[in-house]
Design a protein around this ligand. Structure first.
Ligand SMILES: Nc1ncnc2c1ncn2[C@@H]1O[C@H](COP(=O)(O)OP(=O)(O)O)[C@@H](O)[C@H]1O
Ligand SMILES: [Mg+2]
Length: 330
């Protein structure tokens, strides 16, 4: 079996004169979760739809599960699954009925469709909910059912497009567990997200996408090292104390602190977050420097962009729209 589940080289996709993908490259190793991280409008959905054969592209080369996306889209479709931000399940049916329906759509036959539905309900922790109408499900249960329905044929490669956007933290955790179980079962997952934390928790490698192009490809730790990892942040009460605060923070930090005068804020990356916070708080107190706020901040997508591009992430101002019907290849 080949080592790479997904290979994309120089993919271009234009809408009029807008370059949704502008020389996009990606390599995903077999059997891993790969994160595609970027703000709204960066090109994540376009990339997934191109790789899943749902969207024609203008230039470049793509191979998924060992098959050329342009030459053999049907072959690719037989080896992949896709779950999106909008669950494709039917509200009126129960969870079990939805899965059986998908099974029949994939020509499994009634008996195998029923067996597969039962297996998937177990796998995604939906046994109890299975016979209830989907209309009564929480957001997290719906996304899990949607994941289950994208797994009917046990795909080699699964595309998950922002599977947790809009979910509360508990539902998000449930979806993360479901993704981990999938990968333990041998599936390769390409997961798009706007959350650094999500990519960090699930992925063994992260590609950062900006304006239709990959601008970094690294392990989560490598990426966090490049952007400075966790930070200690102190807001001084008086501007006059900023220099003293900066000196204190510098002693606990792993790099030069950044001083923001207007916000009376000093922040710096730290390696041992709790030890650093404790030390800074104690020193400030010992020296009698009054502070308005002190805390730890985890790097966010915005920090990633600021470091990698020198500018804040451009976000697509359009509210996210449901993808248009597939203009499928062949
Ligand atoms: N059907 C379309 N028509 C015109 N522009 C589009 C269409 N779909 C996406 N775009 C534009 O392409 C860019 C990438 O969009 P998309 O792939 O949806 O980004 P993401 O999924 O990262 O939010 C955005 O600027 C978006 O406005
Ligand atoms: Mg999208």
């Amino acid at each position: 079996m080949e080592e790479h589940a997904v290979v994309a080289e120089g993919i271009e996709k234009r809408y009029g004169d807008k370059h949704a993908l502008d020389g996009f490259d990606l390599v995903v190793r077999q059997g891993t979760v790969h994160g595609l991280l970027g703000p709204n409008g960066a090109g994540k959905t376009t990339a997934v739809r191109v790789l899943a054969t749902l969207l024609r592209f203008d230039a470049g080369y793509a191979r998924v599960a060992g098959l050329d996306v342009r030459r053999d889209p049907r072959g690719v479709r037989a080896r992949i699954g896709l779950a999106g931000q909008y669950a494709a399940v039917d509200e009126i049916l129960t969870g079990r009925q939805n899965l059986e329906m998908f099974g029949r759509l994939f020509h499994l036959g009634g008996r195998r469709a029923r067996l597969r539905a039962t297996e998937l309900l177990e796998r995604f922790d939906l046994v109890e909910a299975g016979d209830k109408g989907v209309g009564t499900y929480s957001g997290g249960m719906r996304r899990r059912l949607d994941l289950a329905s994208s797994m009917i044929l046990a795909p080699q490669v699964l595309f998950l497009d922002e599977p947790t956007t809009g979910l509360d933290p508990r539902s998000r955790g449930e979806v993360w567990d479901a993704v981990r179980r999938l990968v333990a079962g041998g599936t390769t997952v390409l997961l798009t997200t706007q959350y650094l934390e999500e990519a960090d928790k699930l992925a063994s490698r992260i590609t950062v996408i900006d304006r239709g192009r990959a601008i970094a490809d690294d392990t989560p730790d490598g990426l966090k090292d490049r952007i400075g990892g966790d930070r200690v942040e102190v807001v001084a009460r008086d501007t006059a104390d900023l220099a003293a605060v900066a000196r204190t923070v510098a002693r606990a930090a792993s790099a030069e602190p950044v001083v923001d005068e207007t916000g009376r804020r000093v922040h710096a990356p730290v390696t041992d977050r709790v030890a650093a916070l404790t030390e800074v708080a104690r020193t400030l107190q010992d020296e009698g420097i009054p502070v308005e706020d002190i805390g730890l901040r985890r790097p966010s997508l915005d920090d990633v962009f600021l470091r990698l591009t020198g500018h804040a992430a451009d976000r697509d101002p359009r509210p996210e729209v449901r993808p248009e019907p597939a203009e499928a290849l062949a």
